[in-house]
Design a protein around this ligand. Structure first.
Ligand SMILES: Nc1ncnc2c1ncn2[C@@H]1O[C@H](COP(=O)(O)OP(=O)(O)O)[C@@H](O)[C@H]1O
Ligand SMILES: [Mg+2]
Length: 270
């Protein structure tokens, strides 16, 4: 019932909003989960814009300022994919309020994904407090890794479990940090490696999610693998030819897949 997953990073532009939207869309449309996406980036909300929701009448802002009920600010993008957009909040918000307000609505959904702000203040705290678990988005470079380490440390201080890291915008270049480098520094498993894909920008320009715009891209398979792991769907198979071959010869299982299997196994018992 209603597991809440916060998508965090203490850095802008790494892919929090993109991950929230695309993971949510796959969970809703391909795994038949009822999904709510919440834009908790209070000072620079833009999740709604990714789906073409330009000037919503009421937003999470109104809920947190106690001018509206949560149920009145939910927009139905699809039958299974609902979204709570944000609008600018210029003053401080009690970081416990988001959790309090979500409590009244989260059990109507299988999964609530919270798109967080990178701001290291009550904004990111709101997500950390409201979420049952966190996914930290990072990319394979030193500056991002250093902010990832801070995010991991902060989450540990707040006692919100981090399920894993999502390594985004990977180009497979020699100068990039490797999975091993990042896991060792952060002491946190990487659950998905998402390629840097120009189609993501194309999808954004058409206000579509990537599974809708280009369902055969590798990145969509990776979102599916991550989604299956989060919901403990043990019979999910990655049907790309190379993955089928690897499974057949039982070799070279990528480390992130091994990490996912562990999380998937835990989740399948819930
Ligand atoms: N895997 C990817 N490949 C290519 N572009 C990406 C990818 N992930 C995100 N982007 C692009 O990077 C930009 C920043 O992403 P966004 O999700 O808004 O970051 P954040 O929410 O962390 O600030 C957007 O233009 C988005 O389309
Ligand atoms: Mg964002």
């Amino acid at each position: 019932m209603g597991q809440t997953i916060g998508i965090i990073a203490i850095k802008g532009g790494v892919g929090k909003t993109t991950t929230t939207l695309n993971l949510g869309a796959v969970l809703a449309n391909e795994f038949d989960k009822k999904v709510l996406l919440v834009d908790a980036n209070f000072s620079a909300p833009n999740l709604g814009l990714h789906l073409g929701l330009v000037e919503p009448e009421s937003t999470l802002h109104d809920v947190l300022l106690k001018r509206a009920d949560f149920k009145d600010v939910i927009y139905e993008y699809d039958k299974n994919l609902h979204i709570v957009p944000g609008s600018l909040i210029s003053r401080k918000v009690n970081p416990h309020l988001l959790k309090e307000k979500l409590a009244g609505i989260k059990d109507r959904y299988d999964i609530v994904l919270i798109d967080s702000s990178p701001a290291l203040n009550e904004e990111i705290l709101s997500t950390m407090i409201a979420a049952d678990q966190l996914l930290v988005v990072t990319s394979p470079d030193y500056p991002t890794l250093s902010t990832t380490l801070r995010a991991v440390k902060l989450a540990k201080q707040k006692n919100t479990p981090i399920t894993g890291l999502i390594l985004n915008k990977v180009r497979n270049k020699k100068f990039e940090l490797t999975l091993e480098d990042i896991e060792e520094a952060s002491d946190t498993p990487i659950l998905a490696i998402l390629p840097d894909d120009i189609k993501m920008l194309e999808a954004l320009s058409q206000t579509k999610h990537i599974a809708e715009h280009a369902p055969k891209r590798n990145i969509v398979y990776e979102y599916r693998n991550l989604a299956a792991c989060l919901i403990g769907k043990k019979d999910h198979k990655d049907n790309r030819f190379k993955r089928r071959l690897k499974r057949f010869f039982k070799k070279n299982i990528p480390k992130e897949e091994v990490n996912r299997l562990q999380v998937m196994y835990e989740n399948s018992k819930k």
